[in-house]
Design a protein around this ligand. Sequence first.
Ligand SMILES: Cc1ncc(COP(=O)(O)O)c(C=O)c1O
Length: 377
Amino acid sequence: MSIDRPEIRSFQPPVRTLMGPGPSDVPPRVLSALARPTVGHLDPAFVGMMDELKTLLRYAFQTRNELTFPVSGPGSLGMETCFVNLVTPGDKVIVCVNGVFGGRMAENVRRLGGVAVIVEDAWGAPVDPAKVEAAFAVNPDAALLAFVHAETSTGALSDAAALAAIARRHGALTIMDCVTSLGGVPVLLDEWGIDAAYSGSQKCLSCTPGLSPVSFSEAAVARIKGRQGACPSWFQDLGLVLGYWSGAKRTYHHTAPVNPLYGLHESLVILAKEGLEAAWARHRDNHLRLRAGLEALGIRFVVSEEARLPQLNSVWVPEGVDEAAARARLLQEFGLEIGAGLGALAGKVWRIGLMGHSSRPANVALCLSALETVIKG
Ligand SMILES: Cc1ncc(COP(=O)(O)O)c(C=O)c1O
């Protein structure tokens, strides 16, 4: 059999400015790190880089958790790694749902034979701690609380410290999705007492997509070690993966994505050099610049000011504007990607990302002038 498409050549992607819900713009330093020579995944030089990567991730997560490493797969695999290791059949898990990604957590619990107790909040609102407290009052046997720190589908930030404190008072462990929050707003695993967290490489860390940093507290590790029955996923069984990611002698588990891990290492070196506080301040400042410009255009935010994510700005599409046509023009005429609404907000909102390397004054200026052109013209 031959390939019947003589036009196929090396793929040359168009140059875009990425201001959607992720991936974000990848800085040249990370792109060049990706192009460095591939070495074996058990090469001593590579193992040394893996150890640095764990140290850098502990800084990003603000944790001393020994069990902190990047899962070889996207944020969704980091999510499944947390649930598949911590949830056993019959476990009751309180799951907060205020957008698309909380819904996925609930689905994970159900597929693992757990009982998902749903605490629902409106799309665009943060998780209400009072509702979580009430759910624990009715379900004192709940073993886990799961919530999304930064709901990318709506742009709402929830109070992770308050939610983790409630779980702790009721003797439950916490699973937190910080895919969109890590590097953009404070994520303080140890101070807040989060037991399991997963993130993604392609948002505020500005690496390429496909890696998911995770971290587990000692209490989470104790629960995993004490679980009845084997973890139902061989690939994600932390007991097995750790033979590769820790210990004096590393053993083969799977062939790690060598070059993408160079990229993540570089993006975390960039973050450490800038400093977390400076990165959070930059995200806030560029959000304020964008907000001023959007308000001048008469565009309104979906999320109330106190719960607004600086790195993911959900705004109502102005009346009379064709949502999809405007986005298509931004892409074709300005090379600018912004995001559409998801689920209940589809067709009604735009999601403008200012994540990681995309959070720059030049991007804000481009977005505002391009939006003005397509809205008015
Ligand atoms: C909050 C949140 N959780 C999970 C995911 C899933 O990550 P991925 O698409 O890398 O699998 C995303 C992706 O956008 C997200 O925004």
